[in-house]
Write a protein that binds this ligand. Structure first.
Ligand code: ATP
Length: 326
């Protein structure tokens, strides 16, 4: 890996690749007074990657190409920009005229899809800037910076399969055997995560127990059944144990997702679930060839905008190219 260091700081370009995630479990606790919910989630990184290239520059800027690019903000609201600025600040580069980067994001992860694409881009920018600037932060230190940008950023840095607590940012690696083969069905339009949580709260508030009052929402618990199935490496055991407390809310906002889930089950998926806040539906197949057949069948059913076949667990954000420019 080559860098050129000038009086203003290192120049050159670094490219990082970062995976999307699906949630194998997403249990949502009661609404807290600060407006957030505690969650217990099992994140699983899959082989659908965005790429982020950072190049030393006087000022920070961003361009976005690929899947859903026009929907991504280009200013300081962009998660990759926020990550670069946060790392420059955390490592004392900001203000010295050496903390600028030109950021190029090539998206394959759809936007507002429940696949944490924005958090993924933040993680990729952290890893790439850490390399470009030779700031030498560990993954744990980058995760601390990233958690302030989004609760899914620490997982995008580590990848694999992990249990997330708190708002999802407190991670423990999960013991998982084997490779899981998935078909992801993308929705025609995105869903906003805050809207889906709000719909979840409304649906819960409208429920009535035998006493006529809304039932108490329990604190979320990790599914020991799911963890045992993941250790066994058997997708047929894992499939029925996938769970997502946000699914009813996502379905209430996009009722057509029911047809997509139904199509996946009818065509042989062992598990069919909305990923995170949706609207992406994730279907678990028995093996790679079953996933290929399932992808063809779900495409033919005409229930979604596009279909991709992926596998997991995938590695977290990592540098794939690093070099100096003349
Ligand atoms: P969550 O992590 O809450 O599940 P999501 O996967 O549903 O989110 P994202 O693709 O992360 O959704 O996008 C959420 C919002 O973040 C978008 O509506 C977009 O305006 C904003 N955003 C900011 N930066 C980015 C980025 N680099 N890529 C995608 N979205 C971004």
């Amino acid at each position: 890996m080559t860098h050129v260091t000038t009086a203003e700081g290192p120049t050159g370009s670094v490219t990082a690749r970062v995976p999307a995630k699906v949630n194998l479990q997403l249990s949502v606790g009661p609404l807290r007074e600060d407006g957030y919910h505690d969650v217990v989630t099992v994140y699983h990184a899959v082989s659908l990657f965005d790429e982020v290239t950072v190049t030393g520059a006087e000022r920070t800027s961003v361009v976005v190409t690929g899947e859903g690019g026009p929907a991504v903000p280009l200013g300081p609201a962009n998660f990759a920009v926020r990550a670069a600025v946060a790392l420059a600040r955390a490592t004392g580069r900001r203000g010295k005229g050496s903390g600028g980067v030109q950021i190029e994001i090539r998206k394959r992860i759809p936007v507002a899809a429940g696949l944490a694409g924005g958090s993924a881009d933040a993680a990729a920018a952290l890893v790439a800037c850490n390399e470009l600037w030779r700031t030498g932060l560990s993954t744990g230190e980058l995760a601390e910076v990233g958690a302030r940008i989004g609760s899914d950023v620490p997982f995008a840095l580590t990848g694999g399969t992990a249990v997330g607590l708190g708002r999802g940012e407190r991670l423990t690696t999960a013991l998982v055997s084997g490779t899981y083969h998935w078909v992801l069905a993308f929705g025609a339009t995105g869903l906003s995560t805050p809207d889906v949580y709000a719909a979840c709260d409304r649906l819960r508030a409208a429920r009535r127990g035998k006493d006529g009052k809304p039932p108490v929402i329990p604190e979320p618990q990790l599914s020991t059944g799911l963890m045992a199935a993941l250790r066994s490496g058997d997708p047929v055991a894992v499939g029925p144990l996938l769970s997502n407390d946000l699914q009813p809310a996502a379905l209430s906002l996009q009722p057509l997702l029911r047809r997509a889930l139904q199509a996946g089950k009818e065509h042989g998926a062992h598990g069919a679930i909305v990923s995170g806040s949706g609207p992406t539906c994730a279907f678990l197949a028995k093996n790679a060839s079953a996933a290929r057949d399932l992808a063809v069948a779900v495409t033919g059913a005409g229930v979604c905008r596009a279909v991709v076949q992926v596998s997991g667990p995938a590695p977290g954000a990592s540098v794939v190219e690093s070099g100096a420019v003349a």
